[in-house]
Design a protein around this ligand. Structure first.
Ligand code: TYD
Length: 213
């Protein structure tokens, strides 16, 4: 069992199908089992209002959506989630894990849709009330591998295809260079177990919690 030194905000990022969602669930279970109260949220979505925004964003009938509208709706969903769940939980001392957060907007709307990064950084700043993750894991896989793993129908953004995902992946690589202290790259081609262990070791290395005596 552990006691945390302070409430941490940890986000998971990566292209579609990179395997981050199973990692968020594993980390959530492990932290709660170790005595660290943690919640898991996802984006876009995570609150009733944000889930409605998500439906508009991912619906294939929204194919006429402009890139700017997409960026605004992604960040609108984020503002509601931050207001309802992220900020209040961190204030209570709970840990928060997010399956995607502000970096997704930089990677998808910046890398994929080619919107100027400075605009997106400002939008994110507004939507997050200035809250930044303490630590971000980018689960990195080749787009071809991510597509191979895919089951079920593609949503509007997944339908953009491999070239789009490649641009998103490149932007994540740029973000790692821009924020080397916050963002950690993990190799998504490894087994689920190995990836989880790498993530856990990173938390231990950063001394985010101490052993309960
Ligand atoms: P989702 O089904 O949650 O994808 P995943 O399981 O890969 O996380 O769909 C979310 C989609 O929205 C995904 O294609 C990434 C995209 N997205 C953006 O384009 N910008 C954003 O800011 C966020 C949060 C997500």
């Amino acid at each position: 069992m552990y006691i945390s030194t302070k409430a941490m905000f940890i986000t998971f990022e990566g292209i579609d199908g990179c395997g981050k969602s199973s990692q968020t669930k594993r980390l959530l279970e492990r932290l709660n089992d170790e005595g660290i109260k943690t919640i898991l949220v996802r984006e876009p979505g995570g609150t009733p209002i944000s889930e409605e925004v998500r439906d508009i964003l991912l619906d294939k009938r929204s194919k006429g959506m402009s890139n700017r509208t997409e960026a605004l709706l992604m960040t609108a969903s984020r503002a509601q989630l931050t207001h309802e769940l992220v900020q209040p939980n961190l204030e209570k001392g709970n840990w928060v894990i997010a399956d995607r957060y502000a970096d997704s907007t930089l990677a998808y709307q910046g890398g994929g849709r080619k919107i100027d990064l400075d605009w997106l950084i400002q939008l994110n700043h507004f939507a997050t009330f200035g809250i930044q993750p303490n630590l971000t894991f980018v689960v990195d896989v080749m787009p071809e591998e991510a597509f191979r793993r895919k089951t079920g129908e593609n949503d509007r953004i997944e339908s953009e295809g491999i070239l789009f995902q490649n641009e998103v992946r490149k932007k994540y690589a740029d973000l790692i260079k821009l924020f080397p202290d916050r963002i950690v790259l993990v190799d998504g081609h490894k087994s689920e177990e190995e990836i989880h262990n790498t993530i856990w070791e990173e938390l231990l290395r950063r001394k985010y919690f101490n052993e309960k005596k």
